[in-house]
Design a binder for this molecule. Structure first.
Ligand code: ARG
Length: 466
């Protein structure tokens, strides 16, 4: 192992050190990849803090003003790419402060009055998470709109509904699409709930115990769009459950994406053929010319890996940590960002892939009639005549066995044979065993009947219009 190169001591915290950190340590200690993504939030936080210090008379108006101007210059430098990031300065907080000193001199050193990097990083990461959650909630709206658009005009387009992936009962394609609108609505609520829970400001908690300076945490909280300051400084700098919660909600959403993606992979195969994903979201095989692969759906199905993996990483990074700050918490930012990135891309692609998808009613209708999918309807018909449902179930079971033996549909069993099984069965009942009649016969709220699905769609048209 080569000798460690030593550095001069840090200008930020090096007062008590004779030597600076080894180069390897400097690299290990820095978190610039993540912190570059927190830069705008960091500057917003510093601007709010500086304005408050000025208003409280902790800084003079001139000092606060010089700091604000300097911070805006730095914001522009970061945006246009001219800002020089230094790994020796570890993170965004010290990079910004150091540049501020170059730009405005001494007043820069007063910006850190009444705060610490501990409350800064907690504040920045919360602001960042909040912003990303808002975008994700918007993306979920786009996904819901795409599903609603798929549903339009298809309340009588029958397809098989499955249980255990076996044809169970006929449903409509619109009903199927609207199921996902509901599922993704809960995901949206969970993300927004995470946003609500996190929206307390850590700023001014300082290192862990608060500060003797007469700061006004209410005003910085307000300036940054928080509902108010976090009540306990020790908790404020220690807490990262907001990241866990956001990623947990993201992880559940990724699971839902994977369920739809899996169905697309299955339904778009030639064997099923229920839907065709547009050329824009399909791919070919480099060897087999005939193939039309569902790479978009398969990648979507896999996105639960980075998101759920990040949840595990966050759990492990924060587990067993004593209050307040430990450097372990620096490791929260990367999985948090990776999870939100993965979900963000997934939702964007998902909405686009759905929009490119075309249903194939013939293929769906073909299968909707298979597998004695209307057997339950016959049992329900008998039950309506007063036959106890359990007995009706048994009768229809026997008829299914009969039809299976003959290789015909339930509706094709002769009346004479059917009546040997149950005298209650009529020709009309047998002829009525079609998938369309089945969905039309449903009467319960939330069912697959065209009226019930139309009601669901009307509700969502209203909700998604704004
Ligand atoms: N770079 C650190 C992080 O991202 C900032 C907080 C450092 N605080 C400390 N006491 N070392 O977590």
């Amino acid at each position: 192992m080569a000798d460690d190169k030593k550095k001069t001591t840090s200008t930020m915290w090096g007062g008590r050190f004779a030597e600076g950190p080894a180069e390897a340590m400097e690299r290990f200690n820095a978190c610039l990849d993540e912190d570059k993504r927190l830069a705008m939030e960091d500057i917003d936080g510093s601007l709010a803090h500086a304005a408050m210090l000025g208003a409280q008379g902790i800084l003079t108006a001139e000092e606060a003003d010089a700091i604000a101007k300097g911070l805006e210059t730095i914001r522009q430098e970061i945006i246009d790419g001219s800002f020089t990031w230094s790994e020796a300065l570890e993170d965004v907080h010290m990079n910004v402060e150091s540049r501020l000193r170059e730009l405005i001199g001494d007043p820069a050193g007063k910006l850190h009055t009444g705060r610490s990097r501990n409350d800064q990083v907690a504040t920045d990461t919360k602001l960042y998470t909040r912003r990303r959650l808002d975008t994700l909630a918007e993306r979920l709206r786009d996904v819901q709109k795409a599903f609603l658009a798929q549903a339009e005009g298809h309340t009588e387009t029958v397809m098989p509904g499955f249980t255990h992936l076996q044809i169970a009962q006929p449903i409509s394609y619109a009903f199927y699409c609207m199921a996902y609108v509901e599922m993704f609505e809960r995901d949206r609520q969970r993300l927004l709930n995470a946003r609500t829970v996190l929206n307390e400001s850590p700023l001014g908690a300082a290192a862990l115990a608060g500060t003797p300076h007469p700061i006004d945490r209410q005003s910085t909280a307000k300036a940054l769009g928080f509902d108010g300051p976090a009540r306990n400084a020790l908790d404020a700098v220690s807490a990262r459950d907001f990241a866990l919660e956001a990623v947990s909600a993201a992880s559940i959403c990724a699971v839902h994406i994977s369920r739809y993606a899996e169905e697309v992979v299955v339904y778009a195969t030639p064997q099923f053929g229920y839907v065709t994903v547009g050329d824009t979201y399909s791919t070919g095989s480099s060897i087999m010319p005939q193939l039309r692969n569902l790479d978009a759906a398969e990648l979507l199905r896999a996105q639960v890996a980075p998101v759920s993996g990040a949840f595990t990483a966050l759990t492990l990074a924060t587990k067993g940590l004593p209050l307040a700050y430990s450097k372990d918490l620096q490791e929260v930012k990367k999985p948090l960002m990776e999870a939100l990135d993965a979900l963000d891309i997934a939702l964007d692609i998902l909405a686009r892939m759905i929009a490119s998808t075309v249903p194939n009613p013939e293929a769906m209708a073909r299968d909707a009639n298979k597998g004695f999918s209307t057997a339950t309807d016959l049992a329900d018909g008998l039950a309506k005549l007063g036959v106890p449902f359990r007995d009706a179930h048994h009768i229809v079971g026997a008829l299914v066995a009969l039809a299976e033996g003959k290789g015909c549909l339930l509706s094709e069993v002769s009346l004479a044979e059917a009546q040997k099984v149950s005298p209650h069965i009529t020709q009309e009942m047998l002829e009525g065993l079609t998938p369309l009649a089945s969905i039309r016969a449903k009467q319960s709220e939330g069912s697959t009947s065209p009226e019930a699905v139309e009601a669901q769609m009307a509700y969502w048209r209203g909700m998604l219009a704004t």
